[in-house]
Design a protein around this ligand. Structure first.
Ligand code: HAH
Length: 336
């Protein structure tokens, strides 16, 4: 449809990086239809944005709902795309029943561990042939302060070893799957060191963890290239594979609350093009450790950043515009 110029040049994003790393997009049950052509042309890996989260797959103790996740797995298989699993253990989008004992109290350690294990056995085994890697634990580390682990119902109910236990259960369920620890603000030096220490301690006690996911929810100004490079170097020093798992480049600075724009400014698009080019030049330098770059969406017609964190504000963070046409940024990257 709108992608004629790219088709003529025969260049797709995934092809341009076929000797470097996978190029992925987060999808949902609607976008595998509305963005189907774009996804098939430019991406060779997918992640379910929400459909494989605990609350989507396992809303009640004795009820699993696989339909939407199955459709995404089917779309990936039919089109020969890889699929990342997202996410098994997280403090968000996990139903309350998980943490309750059914008698008005909170579930204790043994009950929580049993639920964690049975959820993973069911989910990880079901998608064994479809999913090649899982975000086993998402966002377990705090952003600020001295504390390392985020206060969460998993931490409170099980104790500090809940992360290690999660990786062991996932590994038992599918010994072939590559298991990732995934987090955001991953280039912030304070948080970076907490993530580094957490993963190092997991490795030191023999926990099956194979990679670190850098979410990469970045913007036009932050983080700096130097901080991104330092984070990659630091995590790579653990001897693990790295993936960029949820990339987008918001056109708004972190504390910018403006809501007046109906389209991005020319200056925003210029800066975004420049940033994307710099990011991909850096990623290529690290292609030996970086095995995938996944965007948290495919085109600006749908992004989780619309209305988040500022209500009523649209964002334009991806490489394809609201009409699913390639932005200037993509030509810079492909022609690199
Ligand atoms: C990510 N969190 C999650 O990993 C992903 O599952 C979700 O769809 C979107 C973003 C990033 C995040 C957040 O949700 C809230 C505050 C800070 C960062």
């Amino acid at each position: 449809m709108n992608d004629a110029p790219m088709k003529r040049s025969g260049q797709s994003l995934a092809e341009a990086f076929q000797n470097d790393f996978l190029i992925g997009a987060a999808v949902n049950h609607r976008t595998i239809v509305s963005q189907s052509g774009l996804l098939k042309q430019h991406y060779n890996s997918l992640t379910a944005e929400n459909e494989m989260k605990f609350e989507s797959l396992h809303p009640e103790e004795h009820l699993y709902t696989f339909d939407r996740a199955d459709r995404i797995a089917g779309f990936a298989r039919e089109n020969g795309m890889k699929l990342r699993g997202h996410t098994l253990i997280w403090h968000n989008q996990t139903p309350d029943w998980v943490f309750e004992d059914g008698n008005g109290g909170m579930a204790g350690r043994e009950m929580l561990l049993a639920r964690m294990k049975s959820h993973m056995d069911t989910v990880v085994k079901r998608y064994k042939d479809a999913v090649y890697c899982w975000d086993v634990v998402n966002e377990a580390v705090t952003d600020d302060g001295e504390e390392s682990l985020r206060p969460s119902k998993w931490l409170h109910g099980i104790g500090e070893d809940y992360i290690e236990q999660a990786f062991r259960f996932a590994h038992e369920a599918d010994p072939e799957a590559l298991l990732f620890y995934n987090d955001y603000n991953e280039c912030n030096p304070g948080k970076r060191e907490k993530i580094f220490s957490l993963v190092k301690s997991l490795l030191d006690n023999g926990t099956p963890v194979h990679g670190i996911g850098l979410q990469a929810h970045w913007n036009l100004y932050d983080p700096s290239l130097d901080l991104i490079r330092e984070a990659i170097e630091r995590y790579a020093s653990l001897g693990l594979k790295l993936q960029v798992t949820e990339m987008d480049v918001s056109v708004f600075a972190f504390d910018d609350r403006r809501t007046d724009l109906t389209a991005p400014t020319a200056e925003m698009m210029r800066l975004q093009e420049q940033r994307y080019k710099q990011f991909f030049e850096l990623f290529r330098e690290y292609k030996e450790v970086l095995t995938g770059v996944t965007f948290w969406g495919a085109a600006d017609d749908y992004t989780w950043l619309d209305h988040f964190p500022v209500r009523g504000r649209k964002n334009w963070p991806l490489l394809f515009d609201t009409e699913q046409r390639p932005k200037a940024a993509i030509k810079g990257i492909i022609g690199m």
